[in-house]
Design a protein around this ligand. Structure first.
Ligand code: SF4
Length: 648
């Protein structure tokens, strides 16, 4: 088969049990129908991973896809996609970040790892040379040390994705560190690598990537680059990275505090986390994903104070503040950054560790757990010292840390009594957002419907922002909402604090637009909002030679969403009751700026969910896809596979 532009055309399979590797062509049908990223991963996962596979089973597979735009000069196209059974949701989930692009240059679009090594190993991929090598000397080392050792051995032009001690010890929210500055953070995939005794993946490639229509591709990409760099917020993004969103997050109710018992405290931006302090005392340089002119990641070197001279690699400064700084109330820049740095070294997701420790602190305050349960520790809010003590205990599963390593949902179940009702999670995944205090936008709605748990499918456009029909119309055009559906969305508002439009119906199109970014490899940060669906379809067509218009490429993304949902159905999950929220959101109010917010009525949420399922062509009562919908999407094999579960 002649090579298709943007794709290497091959899948690399590695079996850690048998210590073997093999390659297979990636079919043109899979490329064309699923594009890449979570699209291709979900289609392959459905066939490779058996129903109800445990995350730690050797039969679980790690699927890593390098999307078609990654490795080209398309600006901001550096995102690689990871899919597997999550230790948190217990079913298929995904995560994406920068790094591992060298797999494409080595000749592979997809890496599939199954089995379990009988001792610690790392995987080395250099073009056609694939080796499973001994990692005994790396086991126990933190993620930064591991990366340094592998870079000193091979050179820093190699991509390194590795786990820290938390992944080795199967902490359910262990992360995977990618080239120090990027993280496959959510969903606990570090524990999947740990369960396979896989400490790291190192990759380097020297092959070219074909481009079907060079001059059209070059023209489209350079125009996109100019548009990004001409964006009015571009200089601020360059200077501040994600810190640019801090004031907006604070003002819009996007910062819950103390396990969502309270709304945000005053002065996050103006008193505790000032831009001038970050730039003057902490930031020492910017780091970028591949082909990105923004560079929103930061090298830190503290000037003065208790941590003078300390260095850190930060993937996202906003998440750092949002979690350690605001939710857990450390309220101090350098202490917050140092907690995040320690967490990165041990290899854990900031959101989950902070949510779990915050949950434990609330249980302690309520007397549900006591010093007898905490190894004698007094749990208190905002203590950086306590967090420094807890991070290693959790990563190594020592004492009380062993319970915290399970995450808030499972921890609550183990403690029993009243404990589960204070665990704020959806589908086993905790969250940093509280939909009660902010605009109930499609982003907030997707906390309930996202197959990967309580995380918005997309975090731009209307996060914390009231949308008017005037702002919504061009946005809907940009993300490819069909015209007849635009009318329905604008003319059937769902009321409440959702604004004057139909949130659940619009949420379907947000899901698919976000899938498109992830599946082509484009960054989802708001600075990349210049990429509308038309432009992406034209870039994809010029790169691959597979002609797609906006409607066709979004249909591929709808297909991806249905395959992922079908995977859940096959696991006996994905029903409407699993899309409902945690007890706190559904039964309690929360106070913020002197006002009470919430709770969210169960009846109302159930009605909104039915509208969302209806927009998807799913059964509005059960929340499962229909046989007809799967067949319309040319997923007849899956419809047949699920015929005993699905209605017409
Ligand atoms: S904006 Fe940040 S996360 Fe996005 S591609 Fe650039 S460096 Fe990576």
């Amino acid at each position: 088969m002649a090579k298709i532009g943007g794709y290497a055309g091959k899948i690399l399979y590695v079996d850690l049990t048998r210590k073997t590797s093999a390659t297979e062509p990636l079919s043109k049908e899979v490329m064309s129908n699923f594009i890449g990223g979570p699209g291709i991963n979900s289609r392959l996962a459905y066939d490779i991973i058996k129903p109800k596979t445990e995350f730690s089973s050797p039969e679980n597979a790690i699927l890593i896809n390098v999307p078609p735009l990654v490795g080209t000069f398309a600006p901001g196209a550096g995102r690689v996609s990871f899919m597997s059974i999550s230790p948190q949701t217990g079913s298929l989930a995904y995560s994406g970040t920068g790094g591992l692009y060298n797999l494409k240059f080595a000749g592979y679009d997809e890496l599939v790892i199954t089995g379990k090594a009988d001792r610690p190993v790392y995987l080395k991929v250099l073009d056609d040379e694939v080796e499973i090598l001994d990692a005994s000397d790396l086991w126990g080392k933190d993620a930064m040390e591991t990366t340094d050792i592998l870079w000193s051995k091979y050179g820093d032009e190699w991509n390194v994705a590795c786990i820290g001690p938390a992944g080795e010890n199967l902490v359910r929210y262990a992360s995977i560190n990618s080239n120090k500055f990027s993280l496959f953070a959510r969903e606990g995939f570090g524990a999947v690598m740990g369960s396979k005794n896989l400490k790291a993946i190192v990759a380097r490639g020297t092959k070219d990537i074909e481009i079907a229509d060079r001059s059209a591709f070059r023209e489209l990409c350079s125009t996109a680059q100019k548009d990004i760099m001409g964006e009015r917020y571009f200089p601020a993004w360059r200077a501040l990275g994600s810190l640019i969103g801090l004031g907006h997050f604070e003002r819009s109710g996007l910062f819950p505090v103390k396990n969502q018992q309270e709304g945000c405290f005053e002065g996050v931006h103006d008193n505790f986390f000032r831009n001038t302090e970050f730039i003057g005392r902490l930031k020492n340089g910017d780091v970028s994903c591949m082909a990105c002119p923004v560079g929103c990641k930061h090298a830190i070197k503290v000037k003065g104070g208790k941590y003078d001279g300390k260095v850190a690699s930060l993937s996202c400064i906003l998440s750092t503040i949002q979690t350690f700084g605001v939710t857990y109330t450390i309220k101090n820049y350098e202490e917050t950054i140092m907690c995040a740095d320690l967490c990165d070294r041990y290899g854990m997701d900031y959101f989950s560790i902070v949510n779990t420790v915050s949950y434990a602190t609330e249980l302690y305050d309520r007397g549900i757990i006591t010093q007898k349960d905490t190894d004698g520790m007094v749990l208190e809010w905002g203590s950086a010292d306590l967090m420094h003590e807890l991070i290693p205990k959790i990563a190594l599963r020592q004492g009380f840390g062993n319970l915290l390593a399970e995450g808030c949902h499972r921890m609550g179940q183990r403690i029993g009594g009243d404990a589960p009702k204070y665990a704020v999670h959806v589908k086993g995944v905790d969250t940093i957002y509280d939909p009660r205090t902010t605009i109930f936008s499609p982003e907030m709605f997707s906390l309930f419907t996202n197959t990967k748990g309580a995380y918005p499918t997309l975090q731009t456009f209307s996060l914390g922002t009231v949308m008017s029909p005037e702002t919504l119309k061009p946005l809907m055009k940009m993300i490819g909402v069909p015209e007849d559906r635009q009318d329905v969305i604008l003319n059937t508002p769902t009321g409440g604090n959702e604004g004057g439009y139909n949130v659940p119906r619009l949420a379907k199109y947000y899901d698919e637009f976000y899938s498109l970014l992830d599946s082509t490899g484009i960054c989802a940060r708001s600075i990349y909002n210049v990429f509308g669906v038309d432009r992406i379809a034209r870039i994809y067509s010029a790169l691959t030679g597979i002609e797609k218009d906006a409607a066709a490429i979004l249909r591929d993304m709808e297909r991806r969403w249905n395959v992922e949902k079908a995977f859940k159905v096959r696991d006996g999950l994905g029903k409407k009751e699993q899309d409902m929220g945690p007890e706190r959101w559904m039964t309690e109010t929360v106070s913020w700026k002197g006002k009470e917010f919430g709770p969210i009525s169960r009846e109302r949420l159930a009605a909104l969910l039915s509208e969302y399922y209806d927009e998807r062509g799913w059964n509005p009562d059960s929340g499962w896809p229909t046989k007809r919908k799967l067949e319309q999407l040319e997923l007849g094999d899956i419809a047949k596979d699920l015929q005993n579960s699905l209605g017409e």
